[in-house]
Design a protein around this ligand. Structure first.
Ligand code: ZN
Length: 226
């Protein structure tokens, strides 16, 4: 079992820790009013799509929805294939990449910038309509932060997943991911399904408890054998 000190030595935790620190140091730049006005009362993909801007002001970070915003609890809509190469979707992707970098994040999902579409960026990969399945049932406990939340916490995640998505050029990609990359994708896909990592707290707690119990049970069995 990993100790909390091991968590802080991993690159994942370091990056997520930086996200949390940067969140606590500076709030987001003022939002594009467009996002606030048009995208909260969305009804369908087309309604939101029609209101997307063709271009964004340069060097403008989008407002990041914070926990409590309804858009974070909404099941995001798939982007129809024929719209992927539309300049409005391409501009949105560029602006999300910019916003993620400015916020010091390693992943961002469209609902986090008030756009309820199945679109996410996980590290350097742009994933449209992504789906994943675990390769096996093996899980790990990850210590995560989120651009939409002011705190970090432990969550259980699959160690290895198969992910399929469409890239920004319209090609369908299939990949197997493990470790940190797999964790980022699972975290961001959760956003597309209206889930936040805090929803997994109880599961992570139970998993920790079960591991601790088996550790002490093994130790006491060894002592009895001596
Ligand atoms: Zn998040």
């Amino acid at each position: 079992m990993k100790s909390i000190f091991d968590f802080f030595q991993s690159r994942l935790t370091l990056k997520l820790f930086i996200v949390c620190v940067s969140l606590s140091l500076g709030g987001p730049v003022s939002a594009l009013e467009l996002c606030q006005q048009n995208f909260i009362n969305y009804d369908s993909f087309f309604e939101v799509f029609e209101n997307l801007p063709y271009e964004y002001p340069q060097k403008h970070k989008l407002e990041i929805a914070q926990q409590g915003e309804p858009v974070l609890r909404h099941m995001a809509d798939p982007i129809p294939h024929q719209f992927i190469e539309d300049e409005r979707i391409q501009a949105l992707i560029d602006q999300m990449e910019f916003t993620m970098k400015k916020a010091g994040g390693v992943g961002i999902a469209a609902p986090q910038v008030f756009i309820p579409f199945r679109l996410l960026i996980a590290q350097k990969d742009v994933m449209i309509n992504p789906e994943y399945t675990p390769v096996h049932r093996g899980k790990t406990i990850s210590f995560e932060g989120c651009l939409s939340m002011a705190y970090c916490g432990f969550v259980t995640r699959y160690r290895k997943i198969k992910v399929s998505y469409t890239d920004r050029n319209g090609r369908r990609i299939h990949k197997t991911l493990r470790g940190f990359s797999a964790i980022v994708v699972q975290h961001e896909v959760d956003h597309l399904n209206g889930r936040l990592f805090s929803d997994g707290y109880i599961e992570a707690y139970r998993s920790y408890l079960a591991r601790a119990q088996s550790f002490f049970r093994r130790r006491s069995t060894k002592r009895l054998q001596k």
